[in-house]
Design a protein around this ligand. Structure first.
Ligand code: FAD
Length: 510
Protein backbone atom coordinates (compact mmCIF):
# COMPACT_ATOMS: atom_id res chain seq x y z
CA UNK A 1 0.00 0.00 0.00
CA UNK A 2 2.78 2.39 0.79
CA UNK A 3 4.88 3.94 -1.93
CA UNK A 4 7.75 4.43 0.54
CA UNK A 5 10.96 2.45 0.33
CA UNK A 6 14.16 3.17 -1.56
CA UNK A 7 15.14 6.84 -1.74
CA UNK A 8 15.69 8.18 -5.24
CA UNK A 9 17.48 11.19 -6.74
CA UNK A 10 20.15 13.38 -5.19
CA UNK A 11 20.72 13.97 -1.50
CA UNK A 12 19.27 17.46 -1.44
CA UNK A 13 20.71 18.30 1.96
CA UNK A 14 24.36 17.43 1.32
CA UNK A 15 25.01 17.62 -2.44
CA UNK A 16 21.90 19.57 -3.53
CA UNK A 17 20.99 19.81 -7.22
CA UNK A 18 21.66 22.14 -10.10
CA UNK A 19 19.13 25.01 -10.31
CA UNK A 20 18.67 24.14 -13.98
CA UNK A 21 17.07 20.85 -12.92
CA UNK A 22 14.15 22.73 -11.36
CA UNK A 23 12.91 25.04 -14.09
CA UNK A 24 9.74 27.12 -13.64
CA UNK A 25 6.79 24.71 -13.26
CA UNK A 26 9.17 21.78 -12.79
CA UNK A 27 9.66 19.27 -9.98
CA UNK A 28 12.72 17.34 -8.83
CA UNK A 29 12.69 14.25 -6.63
CA UNK A 30 15.49 13.78 -4.12
CA UNK A 31 15.86 13.14 -0.43
CA UNK A 32 17.08 14.68 2.81
CA UNK A 33 17.69 13.23 6.25
CA UNK A 34 16.40 9.85 5.06
CA UNK A 35 13.08 11.18 3.72
CA UNK A 36 11.89 11.60 0.13
CA UNK A 37 11.72 15.30 -0.77
CA UNK A 38 10.24 17.05 -3.77
CA UNK A 39 11.58 20.42 -4.90
CA UNK A 40 9.30 22.49 -7.12
CA UNK A 41 9.48 25.93 -8.67
CA UNK A 42 6.23 27.81 -9.04
CA UNK A 43 5.82 31.47 -10.04
CA UNK A 44 9.53 32.03 -9.59
CA UNK A 45 9.66 30.63 -6.03
CA UNK A 46 11.29 27.43 -4.89
CA UNK A 47 9.56 25.07 -2.49
CA UNK A 48 10.41 21.71 -0.96
CA UNK A 49 7.84 19.30 0.49
CA UNK A 50 7.58 15.61 1.35
CA UNK A 51 7.42 13.55 -1.84
CA UNK A 52 5.03 10.74 -0.81
CA UNK A 53 1.28 11.15 -0.80
CA UNK A 54 -0.09 10.69 2.71
CA UNK A 55 -3.12 8.79 1.38
CA UNK A 56 -1.62 5.55 -0.03
CA UNK A 57 1.99 6.69 -0.55
CA UNK A 58 1.67 7.71 -4.22
CA UNK A 59 4.75 9.26 -5.89
CA UNK A 60 4.08 13.01 -6.04
CA UNK A 61 7.02 13.56 -8.42
CA UNK A 62 5.02 11.64 -11.04
CA UNK A 63 2.01 13.88 -10.51
CA UNK A 64 1.18 17.29 -11.88
CA UNK A 65 2.16 20.70 -10.53
CA UNK A 66 -0.43 23.40 -10.99
CA UNK A 67 -0.04 26.79 -9.32
CA UNK A 68 1.01 26.15 -5.75
CA UNK A 69 -0.37 22.58 -5.66
CA UNK A 70 1.04 19.17 -6.49
CA UNK A 71 -1.50 16.50 -7.40
CA UNK A 72 -0.91 12.82 -6.73
CA UNK A 73 -1.21 10.55 -9.80
CA UNK A 74 -2.87 7.71 -7.89
CA UNK A 75 -6.04 9.11 -6.32
CA UNK A 76 -5.72 12.86 -7.04
CA UNK A 77 -4.90 14.13 -3.54
CA UNK A 78 -3.45 17.64 -3.56
CA UNK A 79 -0.66 19.19 -1.49
CA UNK A 80 0.10 22.88 -1.13
CA UNK A 81 3.72 23.81 -1.77
CA UNK A 82 3.48 26.73 0.68
CA UNK A 83 2.43 24.87 3.81
CA UNK A 84 2.19 21.16 2.92
CA UNK A 85 -1.56 21.13 3.60
CA UNK A 86 -3.52 18.36 1.91
CA UNK A 87 -6.82 17.93 0.14
CA UNK A 88 -8.81 14.71 -0.10
CA UNK A 89 -8.30 11.86 -0.26
CA UNK A 90 -5.15 12.66 1.76
CA UNK A 91 -6.00 13.44 5.37
CA UNK A 92 -2.53 14.46 6.52
CA UNK A 93 -0.21 17.21 5.31
CA UNK A 94 3.27 16.51 3.97
CA UNK A 95 6.25 18.08 5.72
CA UNK A 96 7.64 21.33 4.37
CA UNK A 97 11.40 21.86 4.04
CA UNK A 98 13.49 25.03 3.95
CA UNK A 99 15.16 25.41 0.58
CA UNK A 100 17.98 27.72 -0.51
CA UNK A 101 19.39 28.60 -3.89
CA UNK A 102 22.86 30.00 -4.44
CA UNK A 103 25.60 29.77 -7.06
CA UNK A 104 23.37 27.79 -9.38
CA UNK A 105 22.51 25.07 -6.85
CA UNK A 106 19.47 24.33 -4.71
CA UNK A 107 19.68 22.72 -1.28
CA UNK A 108 17.24 21.86 1.48
CA UNK A 109 18.41 22.92 4.91
CA UNK A 110 15.89 21.44 7.36
CA UNK A 111 12.24 21.01 8.12
CA UNK A 112 9.80 23.87 8.69
CA UNK A 113 7.80 23.70 11.93
CA UNK A 114 4.09 23.53 11.03
CA UNK A 115 2.08 26.55 12.23
CA UNK A 116 -1.28 26.12 13.96
CA UNK A 117 -4.18 27.62 11.99
CA UNK A 118 -5.33 31.16 12.81
CA UNK A 119 -8.44 31.13 15.01
CA UNK A 120 -11.67 31.67 13.11
CA UNK A 121 -15.14 32.45 14.42
CA UNK A 122 -18.03 30.25 13.39
CA UNK A 123 -21.34 28.84 14.63
CA UNK A 124 -21.84 28.38 18.36
CA UNK A 125 -21.47 24.61 17.82
CA UNK A 126 -21.37 22.19 14.89
CA UNK A 127 -23.05 18.79 14.86
CA UNK A 128 -22.34 16.34 12.06
CA UNK A 129 -24.68 13.44 11.38
CA UNK A 130 -22.93 10.56 9.64
CA UNK A 131 -19.36 9.50 10.32
CA UNK A 132 -18.36 8.37 6.87
CA UNK A 133 -15.62 10.16 4.95
CA UNK A 134 -17.76 13.28 4.55
CA UNK A 135 -18.58 13.57 8.25
CA UNK A 136 -15.00 12.86 9.25
CA UNK A 137 -13.47 15.38 6.84
CA UNK A 138 -15.97 18.06 7.84
CA UNK A 139 -14.93 17.70 11.48
CA UNK A 140 -11.25 17.77 10.57
CA UNK A 141 -11.65 20.73 8.20
CA UNK A 142 -13.40 22.80 10.86
CA UNK A 143 -10.39 22.39 13.15
CA UNK A 144 -7.85 22.79 10.33
CA UNK A 145 -9.45 26.11 9.46
CA UNK A 146 -9.26 27.47 13.00
CA UNK A 147 -12.72 26.71 14.39
CA UNK A 148 -12.45 26.35 18.17
CA UNK A 149 -16.09 25.72 19.09
CA UNK A 150 -17.68 22.38 20.04
CA UNK A 151 -17.89 19.74 17.31
CA UNK A 152 -19.96 16.55 17.67
CA UNK A 153 -19.61 13.73 15.15
CA UNK A 154 -22.49 11.24 15.30
CA UNK A 155 -22.38 8.03 13.33
CA UNK A 156 -23.65 4.49 13.25
CA UNK A 157 -20.04 3.35 12.77
CA UNK A 158 -16.66 5.03 13.18
CA UNK A 159 -15.03 6.35 9.98
CA UNK A 160 -13.42 3.63 7.86
CA UNK A 161 -11.53 3.47 4.58
CA UNK A 162 -14.61 2.24 2.74
CA UNK A 163 -12.99 1.76 -0.71
CA UNK A 164 -10.66 -0.78 0.86
CA UNK A 165 -13.60 -2.92 2.00
CA UNK A 166 -14.22 -4.28 -1.50
CA UNK A 167 -10.53 -4.28 -2.50
CA UNK A 168 -7.46 -5.23 -0.44
CA UNK A 169 -9.30 -5.79 2.83
CA UNK A 170 -11.79 -8.17 1.24
CA UNK A 171 -8.95 -9.82 -0.71
CA UNK A 172 -7.03 -10.35 2.53
CA UNK A 173 -4.09 -8.16 1.55
CA UNK A 174 -4.82 -5.14 3.77
CA UNK A 175 -4.39 -5.33 7.49
CA UNK A 176 -7.29 -4.56 9.78
CA UNK A 177 -5.30 -1.66 11.35
CA UNK A 178 -5.38 0.19 8.02
CA UNK A 179 -9.14 0.40 7.90
CA UNK A 180 -10.07 3.07 10.52
CA UNK A 181 -9.53 6.53 9.06
CA UNK A 182 -8.33 7.80 12.46
CA UNK A 183 -7.52 6.33 15.86
CA UNK A 184 -9.82 7.43 18.66
CA UNK A 185 -7.01 9.50 20.25
CA UNK A 186 -7.06 11.70 17.16
CA UNK A 187 -10.59 12.87 17.91
CA UNK A 188 -9.74 13.44 21.57
CA UNK A 189 -6.73 15.53 20.60
CA UNK A 190 -8.82 17.59 18.17
CA UNK A 191 -11.62 17.95 20.73
CA UNK A 192 -14.17 16.30 18.47
CA UNK A 193 -16.87 14.61 20.54
CA UNK A 194 -17.66 11.28 18.89
CA UNK A 195 -20.97 9.51 19.31
CA UNK A 196 -20.20 6.39 17.32
CA UNK A 197 -22.80 3.67 17.45
CA UNK A 198 -25.50 6.33 17.90
CA UNK A 199 -28.35 7.00 15.51
CA UNK A 200 -30.12 10.28 14.92
CA UNK A 201 -33.85 9.74 14.61
CA UNK A 202 -35.16 13.27 14.11
CA UNK A 203 -33.93 16.75 13.37
CA UNK A 204 -35.69 20.02 14.08
CA UNK A 205 -34.04 22.77 12.04
CA UNK A 206 -36.23 25.53 13.51
CA UNK A 207 -35.31 24.61 17.09
CA UNK A 208 -31.73 23.76 16.01
CA UNK A 209 -31.85 20.43 17.76
CA UNK A 210 -31.83 16.75 16.98
CA UNK A 211 -32.91 13.61 18.76
CA UNK A 212 -30.90 10.43 19.21
CA UNK A 213 -32.32 6.92 19.24
CA UNK A 214 -31.95 6.81 23.06
CA UNK A 215 -34.16 9.91 23.33
CA UNK A 216 -31.37 12.38 24.11
CA UNK A 217 -31.53 15.82 22.50
CA UNK A 218 -28.49 17.53 21.02
CA UNK A 219 -28.53 21.22 20.13
CA UNK A 220 -26.55 22.70 17.27
CA UNK A 221 -25.49 26.07 15.91
CA UNK A 222 -24.93 24.48 12.50
CA UNK A 223 -25.71 20.98 11.30
CA UNK A 224 -24.10 18.92 8.54
CA UNK A 225 -26.09 16.01 7.16
CA UNK A 226 -23.54 13.50 5.88
CA UNK A 227 -25.78 10.45 6.08
CA UNK A 228 -24.43 8.90 2.88
CA UNK A 229 -26.22 6.00 1.33
CA UNK A 230 -27.42 2.52 2.21
CA UNK A 231 -26.90 -0.49 0.01
CA UNK A 232 -30.02 -1.88 -1.68
CA UNK A 233 -31.00 -5.40 -0.72
CA UNK A 234 -32.04 -7.99 -3.25
CA UNK A 235 -35.81 -7.96 -3.69
CA UNK A 236 -36.25 -11.67 -4.48
CA UNK A 237 -37.46 -14.60 -2.36
CA UNK A 238 -34.51 -15.51 -0.13
CA UNK A 239 -32.88 -12.08 -0.60
CA UNK A 240 -32.88 -11.64 3.19
CA UNK A 241 -31.17 -14.96 4.04
CA UNK A 242 -28.09 -14.57 6.28
CA UNK A 243 -25.61 -15.58 3.56
CA UNK A 244 -26.95 -12.88 1.20
CA UNK A 245 -24.87 -9.81 2.00
CA UNK A 246 -24.62 -6.22 0.88
CA UNK A 247 -21.21 -4.49 1.00
CA UNK A 248 -21.12 -1.06 2.60
CA UNK A 249 -19.67 -1.30 6.11
CA UNK A 250 -16.67 -2.98 7.72
CA UNK A 251 -19.14 -5.43 9.32
CA UNK A 252 -20.46 -6.29 5.84
CA UNK A 253 -16.94 -6.97 4.52
CA UNK A 254 -16.13 -9.08 7.61
CA UNK A 255 -19.35 -11.08 7.16
CA UNK A 256 -18.49 -11.86 3.53
CA UNK A 257 -14.95 -12.86 4.52
CA UNK A 258 -16.32 -15.19 7.21
CA UNK A 259 -18.78 -16.82 4.77
CA UNK A 260 -16.13 -17.12 2.05
CA UNK A 261 -13.77 -18.79 4.51
CA UNK A 262 -16.35 -21.52 5.23
CA UNK A 263 -17.44 -22.14 1.64
CA UNK A 264 -15.79 -21.85 -1.73
CA UNK A 265 -18.57 -20.64 -4.02
CA UNK A 266 -19.84 -17.08 -4.36
CA UNK A 267 -22.49 -15.49 -6.51
CA UNK A 268 -22.12 -11.75 -7.01
CA UNK A 269 -25.27 -9.99 -8.13
CA UNK A 270 -24.51 -6.77 -10.00
CA UNK A 271 -21.71 -6.07 -12.47
CA UNK A 272 -20.87 -2.53 -11.50
CA UNK A 273 -17.91 -1.39 -9.40
CA UNK A 274 -18.64 -2.83 -5.98
CA UNK A 275 -19.85 -6.17 -7.35
CA UNK A 276 -16.87 -6.52 -9.66
CA UNK A 277 -14.33 -5.42 -7.05
CA UNK A 278 -15.84 -7.94 -4.66
CA UNK A 279 -15.55 -10.60 -7.39
CA UNK A 280 -11.85 -9.83 -7.85
CA UNK A 281 -11.20 -9.91 -4.10
CA UNK A 282 -13.04 -13.21 -3.64
CA UNK A 283 -11.01 -14.70 -6.52
CA UNK A 284 -7.88 -13.61 -4.64
CA UNK A 285 -9.15 -15.79 -1.78
CA UNK A 286 -9.54 -18.74 -4.15
CA UNK A 287 -13.33 -18.58 -4.15
CA UNK A 288 -15.24 -19.67 -7.28
CA UNK A 289 -17.15 -16.57 -8.46
CA UNK A 290 -20.20 -16.23 -10.70
CA UNK A 291 -21.42 -12.70 -11.56
CA UNK A 292 -25.08 -12.23 -12.44
CA UNK A 293 -26.35 -8.96 -13.92
CA UNK A 294 -29.07 -7.74 -16.28
CA UNK A 295 -26.79 -5.64 -18.53
CA UNK A 296 -24.92 -7.13 -21.47
CA UNK A 297 -21.57 -5.49 -20.61
CA UNK A 298 -20.26 -4.98 -17.06
CA UNK A 299 -20.29 -1.37 -15.79
CA UNK A 300 -21.56 -0.25 -19.21
CA UNK A 301 -23.75 2.58 -17.92
CA UNK A 302 -20.69 4.43 -16.55
CA UNK A 303 -17.72 3.10 -18.52
CA UNK A 304 -19.30 2.26 -21.89
CA UNK A 305 -19.01 -0.96 -23.89
CA UNK A 306 -15.31 -0.72 -24.70
CA UNK A 307 -13.92 -0.29 -21.20
CA UNK A 308 -16.69 -2.46 -19.73
CA UNK A 309 -15.60 -5.13 -22.21
CA UNK A 310 -12.03 -4.90 -20.92
CA UNK A 311 -13.28 -5.34 -17.36
CA UNK A 312 -15.18 -8.46 -18.42
CA UNK A 313 -12.12 -9.89 -20.18
CA UNK A 314 -9.85 -9.25 -17.19
CA UNK A 315 -12.31 -10.89 -14.82
CA UNK A 316 -12.75 -13.88 -17.13
CA UNK A 317 -8.98 -14.28 -17.34
CA UNK A 318 -9.08 -14.60 -13.56
CA UNK A 319 -11.76 -17.27 -13.69
CA UNK A 320 -14.94 -15.27 -13.05
CA UNK A 321 -17.99 -16.68 -14.86
CA UNK A 322 -20.52 -14.07 -16.08
CA UNK A 323 -24.26 -14.61 -16.43
CA UNK A 324 -25.22 -11.36 -18.17
CA UNK A 325 -28.72 -10.50 -19.33
CA UNK A 326 -29.98 -12.53 -16.38
CA UNK A 327 -31.17 -11.84 -12.82
CA UNK A 328 -31.77 -13.93 -9.72
CA UNK A 329 -35.32 -15.23 -9.37
CA UNK A 330 -34.91 -16.82 -5.94
CA UNK A 331 -32.26 -17.79 -3.43
CA UNK A 332 -32.16 -20.57 -0.87
CA UNK A 333 -29.47 -21.78 1.56
CA UNK A 334 -27.63 -23.67 -1.18
CA UNK A 335 -28.17 -21.99 -4.52
CA UNK A 336 -29.26 -18.98 -6.53
CA UNK A 337 -31.85 -19.73 -9.20
CA UNK A 338 -31.72 -17.33 -12.14
CA UNK A 339 -34.65 -16.16 -14.25
CA UNK A 340 -33.22 -18.19 -17.14
CA UNK A 341 -33.48 -21.32 -14.98
CA UNK A 342 -29.70 -21.60 -14.40
CA UNK A 343 -28.92 -22.79 -10.86
CA UNK A 344 -25.75 -21.51 -9.21
CA UNK A 345 -24.57 -23.11 -5.96
CA UNK A 346 -23.58 -20.38 -3.49
CA UNK A 347 -22.11 -20.32 0.01
CA UNK A 348 -22.23 -16.54 -0.05
CA UNK A 349 -24.17 -14.11 -2.23
CA UNK A 350 -22.92 -10.54 -2.55
CA UNK A 351 -25.51 -8.01 -3.67
CA UNK A 352 -23.92 -5.05 -5.45
CA UNK A 353 -27.16 -3.61 -6.73
CA UNK A 354 -26.85 0.08 -6.02
CA UNK A 355 -27.59 2.32 -3.07
CA UNK A 356 -30.28 4.69 -1.90
CA UNK A 357 -29.35 8.01 -0.33
CA UNK A 358 -30.02 8.46 3.40
CA UNK A 359 -32.63 11.20 3.06
CA UNK A 360 -35.17 10.14 5.69
CA UNK A 361 -34.07 12.68 8.35
CA UNK A 362 -34.12 15.48 5.80
CA UNK A 363 -37.54 14.44 4.48
CA UNK A 364 -39.03 14.28 7.95
CA UNK A 365 -37.61 17.74 8.72
CA UNK A 366 -39.21 19.22 5.60
CA UNK A 367 -35.96 19.98 3.77
CA UNK A 368 -36.05 20.03 -0.01
CA UNK A 369 -35.20 16.56 -1.29
CA UNK A 370 -35.08 15.18 -4.79
CA UNK A 371 -33.50 11.71 -4.80
CA UNK A 372 -30.94 13.27 -2.43
CA UNK A 373 -30.82 16.32 -0.19
CA UNK A 374 -30.89 19.33 -2.47
CA UNK A 375 -28.07 21.81 -1.74
CA UNK A 376 -26.83 24.94 -3.44
CA UNK A 377 -23.29 25.43 -4.69
CA UNK A 378 -22.21 26.27 -1.10
CA UNK A 379 -23.64 22.95 0.20
CA UNK A 380 -26.49 24.73 2.02
CA UNK A 381 -29.80 22.89 2.24
CA UNK A 382 -33.19 24.61 2.13
CA UNK A 383 -33.12 25.07 5.95
CA UNK A 384 -31.02 27.77 7.61
CA UNK A 385 -27.88 26.47 9.36
CA UNK A 386 -28.30 22.99 7.84
CA UNK A 387 -25.77 21.75 5.30
CA UNK A 388 -25.38 18.47 3.45
CA UNK A 389 -22.42 16.80 1.74
CA UNK A 390 -21.33 13.49 0.27
CA UNK A 391 -23.34 10.67 -1.26
CA UNK A 392 -26.56 12.13 0.12
CA UNK A 393 -26.23 15.59 -1.45
CA UNK A 394 -27.68 16.69 -4.78
CA UNK A 395 -25.66 19.67 -5.94
CA UNK A 396 -25.50 21.84 -9.07
CA UNK A 397 -22.78 20.67 -11.45
CA UNK A 398 -20.86 23.85 -12.32
CA UNK A 399 -20.02 22.46 -15.75
CA UNK A 400 -23.55 21.55 -16.90
CA UNK A 401 -25.84 23.37 -14.46
CA UNK A 402 -27.67 20.07 -13.82
CA UNK A 403 -28.23 18.92 -10.25
CA UNK A 404 -26.24 15.76 -9.66
CA UNK A 405 -25.70 13.32 -6.81
CA UNK A 406 -22.32 11.63 -7.03
CA UNK A 407 -21.19 8.54 -5.14
CA UNK A 408 -17.39 8.94 -5.01
CA UNK A 409 -15.03 8.94 -2.06
CA UNK A 410 -13.05 12.05 -3.00
CA UNK A 411 -16.20 13.98 -3.91
CA UNK A 412 -17.75 13.21 -0.50
CA UNK A 413 -14.63 14.43 1.29
CA UNK A 414 -14.17 17.56 -0.83
CA UNK A 415 -17.82 18.55 -0.51
CA UNK A 416 -17.54 18.12 3.25
CA UNK A 417 -14.44 20.30 3.34
CA UNK A 418 -16.31 22.97 1.35
CA UNK A 419 -19.36 22.76 3.64
CA UNK A 420 -17.18 23.07 6.75
CA UNK A 421 -15.35 26.09 5.36
CA UNK A 422 -18.58 27.72 4.28
CA UNK A 423 -19.98 27.27 7.80
CA UNK A 424 -17.02 29.41 8.84
CA UNK A 425 -17.89 32.11 6.32
CA UNK A 426 -15.47 31.30 3.49
CA UNK A 427 -18.38 31.45 1.01
CA UNK A 428 -16.60 29.43 -1.63
CA UNK A 429 -18.74 27.63 -4.20
CA UNK A 430 -17.92 23.96 -4.63
CA UNK A 431 -16.37 23.48 -8.05
CA UNK A 432 -14.10 20.43 -7.77
CA UNK A 433 -14.06 18.08 -10.72
CA UNK A 434 -15.41 14.65 -9.70
CA UNK A 435 -12.91 11.80 -9.57
CA UNK A 436 -13.10 8.12 -8.72
CA UNK A 437 -10.91 5.08 -9.06
CA UNK A 438 -11.66 1.39 -9.24
CA UNK A 439 -9.29 -1.59 -9.05
CA UNK A 440 -9.68 -5.12 -10.45
CA UNK A 441 -6.67 -7.41 -9.90
CA UNK A 442 -3.80 -5.37 -11.41
CA UNK A 443 -6.12 -3.21 -13.54
CA UNK A 444 -6.68 0.30 -12.19
CA UNK A 445 -9.14 2.68 -13.81
CA UNK A 446 -9.24 6.41 -13.00
CA UNK A 447 -12.33 8.41 -13.96
CA UNK A 448 -12.50 12.21 -14.06
CA UNK A 449 -15.52 14.42 -14.69
CA UNK A 450 -19.14 13.38 -14.62
CA UNK A 451 -21.21 12.07 -17.50
CA UNK A 452 -24.77 11.79 -16.21
CA UNK A 453 -25.34 10.35 -19.68
CA UNK A 454 -23.25 10.12 -22.83
CA UNK A 455 -24.06 9.40 -26.45
CA UNK A 456 -20.64 8.49 -27.79
CA UNK A 457 -17.43 6.99 -26.50
CA UNK A 458 -14.00 7.68 -27.98
CA UNK A 459 -11.03 5.49 -27.15
CA UNK A 460 -7.52 6.83 -27.75
CA UNK A 461 -4.57 4.47 -27.26
CA UNK A 462 -4.59 0.73 -26.71
CA UNK A 463 -7.24 -0.31 -24.23
CA UNK A 464 -6.33 -3.99 -24.18
CA UNK A 465 -2.65 -3.01 -23.96
CA UNK A 466 -3.74 -1.03 -20.85
CA UNK A 467 -2.54 2.28 -22.16
CA UNK A 468 -5.58 4.33 -23.08
CA UNK A 469 -7.83 7.28 -22.39
CA UNK A 470 -11.56 7.01 -23.01
CA UNK A 471 -13.77 10.07 -23.49
CA UNK A 472 -17.51 10.16 -22.83
CA UNK A 473 -19.27 12.76 -24.97
CA UNK A 474 -22.70 14.31 -24.85
CA UNK A 475 -23.01 15.84 -28.30
CA UNK A 476 -19.53 17.11 -28.98
CA UNK A 477 -18.81 18.02 -25.32
CA UNK A 478 -16.51 15.74 -23.33
CA UNK A 479 -18.26 15.18 -20.00
CA UNK A 480 -15.80 12.71 -18.51
CA UNK A 481 -12.72 10.65 -19.27
CA UNK A 482 -11.46 7.34 -17.94
CA UNK A 483 -7.83 6.29 -18.11
CA UNK A 484 -6.05 2.96 -17.98
CA UNK A 485 -2.28 3.13 -17.46
CA UNK A 486 -2.29 6.90 -17.98
CA UNK A 487 -2.46 8.42 -14.52
CA UNK A 488 -0.87 11.67 -15.63
CA UNK A 489 -3.42 12.12 -18.39
CA UNK A 490 -6.19 11.74 -15.79
CA UNK A 491 -4.63 14.60 -13.80
CA UNK A 492 -4.24 16.71 -16.92
CA UNK A 493 -7.88 16.06 -17.79
CA UNK A 494 -8.87 17.15 -14.29
CA UNK A 495 -7.03 20.43 -14.79
CA UNK A 496 -8.55 20.90 -18.23
CA UNK A 497 -12.08 20.36 -16.83
CA UNK A 498 -11.32 22.82 -14.01
CA UNK A 499 -10.12 25.46 -16.43
CA UNK A 500 -12.86 24.78 -18.98
CA UNK A 501 -10.08 24.12 -21.48
CA UNK A 502 -11.81 21.95 -24.09
CA UNK A 503 -8.85 22.19 -26.47
CA UNK A 504 -6.57 20.66 -23.82
CA UNK A 505 -9.07 17.82 -23.32
CA UNK A 506 -9.18 17.16 -27.05
CA UNK A 507 -5.36 17.15 -27.19
CA UNK A 508 -5.27 14.35 -24.61
CA UNK A 509 -7.22 12.20 -27.06
CA UNK A 510 -4.81 12.54 -29.97
P1 FAD B 1 -21.14 7.04 3.85
O1 FAD B 1 -19.76 6.62 3.56
O2 FAD B 1 -22.28 6.29 3.40
O3 FAD B 1 -21.25 7.43 5.36
C1 FAD B 1 -22.47 7.84 5.93
C2 FAD B 1 -22.48 7.41 7.36
O4 FAD B 1 -23.62 7.99 7.98
C3 FAD B 1 -22.62 5.91 7.56
O5 FAD B 1 -21.61 5.44 8.40
C4 FAD B 1 -23.99 5.74 8.18
O6 FAD B 1 -24.03 4.67 9.11
C5 FAD B 1 -24.16 7.07 8.88
N1 FAD B 1 -25.57 7.43 9.11
C6 FAD B 1 -26.56 7.45 8.21
N2 FAD B 1 -27.71 7.84 8.79
C7 FAD B 1 -27.43 8.07 10.08
C8 FAD B 1 -28.20 8.49 11.21
N3 FAD B 1 -29.51 8.74 11.11
N4 FAD B 1 -27.57 8.61 12.40
C9 FAD B 1 -26.25 8.35 12.53
N5 FAD B 1 -25.48 7.95 11.49
C10 FAD B 1 -26.06 7.81 10.30
N6 FAD B 1 -15.63 5.56 -4.18
C11 FAD B 1 -14.55 5.86 -4.95
O7 FAD B 1 -14.43 7.01 -5.39
N7 FAD B 1 -13.59 4.93 -5.22
C12 FAD B 1 -13.67 3.67 -4.74
O8 FAD B 1 -12.81 2.86 -5.02
C13 FAD B 1 -14.79 3.32 -3.94
N8 FAD B 1 -14.91 2.08 -3.42
C14 FAD B 1 -15.97 1.78 -2.63
C15 FAD B 1 -16.06 0.51 -2.07
C16 FAD B 1 -17.14 0.18 -1.26
C17 FAD B 1 -17.23 -1.19 -0.66
C18 FAD B 1 -18.16 1.12 -1.01
C19 FAD B 1 -19.34 0.77 -0.16
C20 FAD B 1 -18.07 2.39 -1.56
C21 FAD B 1 -16.98 2.73 -2.36
N9 FAD B 1 -16.85 3.99 -2.91
C22 FAD B 1 -15.76 4.32 -3.68
C23 FAD B 1 -17.87 5.03 -2.66
C24 FAD B 1 -17.50 5.85 -1.42
O9 FAD B 1 -17.13 5.02 -0.37
C25 FAD B 1 -18.67 6.72 -1.04
O10 FAD B 1 -18.86 7.66 -2.07
C26 FAD B 1 -18.43 7.44 0.28
O11 FAD B 1 -18.29 6.53 1.34
C27 FAD B 1 -19.55 8.42 0.60
O12 FAD B 1 -19.26 9.03 1.81
P2 FAD B 1 -20.37 9.69 2.75
O13 FAD B 1 -19.64 10.16 3.96
O14 FAD B 1 -21.15 10.64 1.96
O15 FAD B 1 -21.35 8.52 3.12
Amino acid sequence: MSGGGELKGPDLASEGASSAEVAEGGMLLGHAQGEAVLIARSEGKLYAIGASCTHYGGPLAEGVLSGDRVRCPWHHAQFCLKDGSSRAPALNPVPCWKVEESAGRVRVTGKVEPKPPARREGPESVVIVGAGPAGNVAAEALRANGYEGPITLIGGESPVDRPNLSKDYLAGTAQAEWIPLRPKEFYQEKRIECLFGARVTRIDPAARSLTLQDGKTVRFGALLLATGAEANRLQVPGGDLPHVRTLRSLADSDAIIARAAKGKRAVVVGASFIGLEAAASLRARGVEVHVVAPESVPAERVLGRELGGLLRKVHEEHGVVFHLGDVPASIDEREVVLKSGTRLPADVVVAGVGVRPGISLAEQAGLTVDRGIVVDEFLRTSAPAVWAAGDVARIPDPRTGQKVRIEHWVVAERQAEAAAKNMLGFNQPYRDVPFFWTNHYDLAVNYVGHAEKFDSVQVAGNLHGRDAIVAYREGSAIRAVATVGRDRAALEAELAFEQGDDAALERLLR
